[in-house]
Design a protein around this ligand. Structure first.
Ligand code: SAH
Length: 526
């Protein structure tokens, strides 16, 4: 579980917000005789790039740390690296209990039934980790033979070559991985379904629409994926003072002073007035003058950009939600444009794109694209607030411990809160054929999906097995029962290290005028 305390990130952001870290870009340059020791090759590369180009947006820093070719957290080629489980950095719900994936599998079966059992099902998982969730889903779907029959392809959207290979092993056993023009493929151990790996959802989209025409039903799941996508962070500042008039009219050149024309009325008119958004950007931290053996400073830090950036001018203007915060100086917001691109693609895959404006000249009707009937569903499970805009939520995790997100780039997992309201807004704006349900707390979703009953069934199974083997009350059987009990409770507990409250579930389904609620969101199995 990655939603643990975020003190380090909070302090970094707060310091930046208070202006404590305002280091001019030039201060990070070192004389050529100085050899600085960086924690990772990626740290050195980032520092060199920033020294050459200036501070970079937090989103660029995160993207490099997570998926860079030079030892990104997920894309590192370091052998034997495993991010998951006790020996790794964090543990996720599918790794905690098989019941999690089973219930998500059943949720999709219920949606498939409610939508009239359409053929040409394509299961898509975005960010599948070790592949455990898809494996549990596929195994569960075998209990519903008509649904299992309807599955044509499984798509895995995965940036990590090592995790792709782990997923192949789990889902396909000995079947080989074959390179394709859009990624890789292999054959699943379940019903000989083809498993196709791509690196971006766009490739699933194109594969679906180009090869299969209109007949596909995409069922898409993303668990702890959106929290791994890069964010931009912004802070509102009060109206900056206008530039002093007298300093700008003369510049010194090698051939003497040159008088500049005074700024035109038009230039003055374009000067922004009122509060502004400023972007938080990342730079290397200069080495301390007197190094302390006890406390090493973070290798990188956040500063507030001196001037507007293209992102600060564009992103917070996209939604009225950010507008009201602009007038409260010091407000912080996080925005993830990559998340919005992903959810927009998801919405279009389910509900079809927004209709194009009609052509100016009269259409002949030839070559007209037939409207796609909305079909399929997406389930997004992640951590983040239900309604508010995330702020100060960037965190670093290493070996299950919160660490600074600004040191050891590539070795530390970075993630941030998911803005569910932004996802819902973007989904609805991207396709007229979808509606959004939730987010609801994971506890409420899993309990209404029957997690308690399913776990009790597993426990009864162990008891029965022990009776048959004559091992009733054996240590092994008792420990397995305890394991199942502890695991399901952890997924729904709302306090302590429980995941029931922090994690949320949101569904994107075909538009029904709000008449049909999916299971887990107030609806019943039909
Ligand atoms: N869903 C899994 C894994 C979550 S970790 C689970 O719950 O156990 C995040 C996953 O997303 C990893 O598989 C990682 O390799 C993948 N990932 C991260 N950033 C990605 C990106 N930009 N594109 C595609 N996959 C990405």
């Amino acid at each position: 579980m990655r939603s643990i305390v975020r003190i380090q990130a909070r302090i970094a952001l707060r310091n930046a917000a208070r202006g404590k870290c305002r280091t001019p870009c030039s201060a990070i340059r070192h004389s050529s005789s100085e050899v600085r020791q960086w924690s990772t090759p990626l740290a050195k590369q980032l520092s060199e790039a920033i020294t050459a180009t200036g501070p970079i947006p937090l989103a660029s820093f995160m993207r490099m740390c997570l998926t860079s070719d030079v030892g990104g957290y997920y894309t590192s080629e370091q052998e034997g690296r495993d991010q998951f489980g006790r020996k790794g950095d964090f543990i996720t719900s599918p790794e905690i209990s098989q019941v999690f994936g089973e219930l998500i599998g059943i949720w999709f079966v219920a949606e498939w039934m409610a939508q009239g059992k359409k053929d040409g099902v394509e299961l898509v998982e975005i960010g599948p980790g070790r592949g455990t969730l898809m494996d549990d889903m596929l195994r569960t779907m075998q209990n519903f033979p008509a649904m299992a029959e309807a599955i044509k392809y499984v798509y895995m959207v995965e940036a990590s070559p090592a995790l792709r290979e782990a997923q192949r092993k789990l889902l396909c056993g000995d079947a080989p991985m074959i390179k394709t023009p859009i990624g890789h493929k292999s054959m699943s151990k379940y019903n000989d379904i083809q498993v196709i790996w791509v690196e971006n959802i766009r490739d699933v989209d194109s594969a679906m629409f180009n090869c299969q025409g209109e007949g596909n039903t995409p069922f898409i799941v993303a668990h702890e994926f959106f929290d791994a996508l890069p964010i931009h962070a912004f802070q509102s500042i009060p109206a900056p003072p206008p530039p002093p008039e007298s300093t700008s009219d003369t510049i010194q050149t090698p051939t003497g002073p040159i008088k500049l024309p005074s700024p035109s009325t038009e230039t003055k008119r374009l000067q922004p007035v009122g509060p502004q958004w400023r972007e938080l950007v990342v730079s290397p931290t200069p080495p301390p003058l007197t190094p302390s053996p006890k406390k090493k400073p973070d290798e990188f830090h956040l500063t507030l950009s001196h001037a507007p950036t293209p992102h600060s001018l564009y992103l917070p203007a996209l939604s009225p939600r950010y507008k009201s915060l602009l007038n409260t100086p010091g407000s912080l917001v996080e925005i993830s444009p990559e998340s919005q691109t992903y959810i927009s693609n998801i919405a279009k895959m389910i509900g079809g794109p927004n209709p194009k404006p009609p052509p100016k000249e009269k259409s002949t009707g030839k070559g007209k694209i037939k409207k796609r009937e909305p079909r399929g569903a997406a389930l997004i499970l992640d951590y983040g607030p239900s309604h508010t805009i995330p702020l100060n939520s960037l965190r670093g995790i290493h070996h299950h411990t919160p660490v600074s997100p600004f040191s050891s780039p590539g070795l530390v997992d970075l993630s941030s809160d998911v803005d569910f309201t932004a996802l819902a807004e973007t989904a609805l704006a991207s396709s007229p054929g979808v509606e959004v349900h939730g987010p609801v707390e994971q506890a409420s979703f899993l309990l209404s999906m029957g997690i308690k009953e399913r776990a009790e069934m597993l426990v009864r199974g162990i008891t029965k097995e022990a009776v048959v083997k004559g091992e009733v009350g054996s240590k092994d059987a008792e420990e397995r029962k305890k394991g199942i009990e502890g695991a399901w409770r952890r997924l729904v507990d709302r306090g302590g290290s429980g995941m029931g409250k922090v994690y949320k579930v949101m569904a994107v389904v075909p538009e029904s005028g709000g008449k049909r609620k999916p299971v887990g969101f107030g609806g019943d199995v039909e």
